[in-house]
Design a binder for this molecule. Structure first.
Ligand code: ATP
Ligand code: MG
Length: 202
């Protein structure tokens, strides 16, 4: 049998990608000795459909610029190129069917894991991948309780990894840009230049 490849998947809207995303991906890669991290921007996620989200091409361009200098970070349009409402459970199933030798680690922030039972088919998600959780907004106790709950209920395999707490969100970046505040050091310079050139978030 082929060697299993340990692949991390970072899903997100990435509107725009910021250093919080990059730090959590790098932490997961190093803590769990993953082979690669796939950055997979989502289409319009069901829970964000009412808000306006930048075009897919724009979000993808920024992801590609941000990960360009890391050979273990890879871009994928797997979710973007599909039509209609796309659920994580379906994406994982499709990937598993297409690439049988993958050991998938799905990387999420605290807000996502605390919310995950509201996602479509959580049981299927936990059957198809291991989950990697990174803290956000100092949720340590809640994450530990949720990890225990999900492990018991779904037999979920959850890794709660230590990564620096980064209190940055894409919402915060968008607000800074709109209010003409600097976002230098919060996003890669290349992404900052892209935002300026394309006059995003104004
Ligand atoms: P928005 O403010 O638009 O919701 P966001 O910063 O939350 O943007 P998303 O694209 O929604 O970014 O997030 C993708 C994934 O990355 C989610 O699992 C989210 O929890 C996680 N994440 C984003 N920023 C951080 C951060 N600073 N620390 C930990 N996890 C994060
Ligand atoms: Mg978010």
């Amino acid at each position: 049998m082929d060697k299993m490849n340990k692949i991390g998947i970072m899903g997100g809207t990435f509107d725009p990608i910021h250093i919080g995303h990059l730090i959590m991906a790098e932490s997961a890669l190093s803590e769990l000795q993953l082979d690669k991290i796939i950055f997979m921007p989502s289409g319009k996620p069901p829970h964000k459909s009412s808000k306006s989200i930048s075009e897919s091409d724009i979000r993808s361009d920024m992801v590609k610029l941000a990960i360009d200098n890391n050979e273990k970070f890879v871009y994928s349009d797997f979710e973007l190129k599909r039509e209609g409402i796309i659920y994580t459970s379906d994406t994982l199933e499709l990937i598993k069917n297409q690439y049988t030798n993958l050991d998938i680690y799905f990387i999420v922030g605290a807000d996502s894991i605390l919310d995950i039972e509201k996602w479509h088919e959580p049981a299927k998600i936990f059957q198809l991948c291991k989950m990697v959780v990174v803290d956000r907004d100092n949720c340590n106790d809640k994450i530990i309780a949720m990890k225990e709950h999900l492990s018991l209920k779904y037999n979920a395999q959850i890794y709660y990894i230590k990564a620096p707490l980064v209190c940055i969100s894409s919402t915060y970046i968008r607000n800074c840009v709109a209010n003409k505040k600097s976002v230098k050091y919060l996003i890669p310079d290349s992404v900052n230049e892209y935002i300026t050139t394309h006059q995003l978030y104004q």
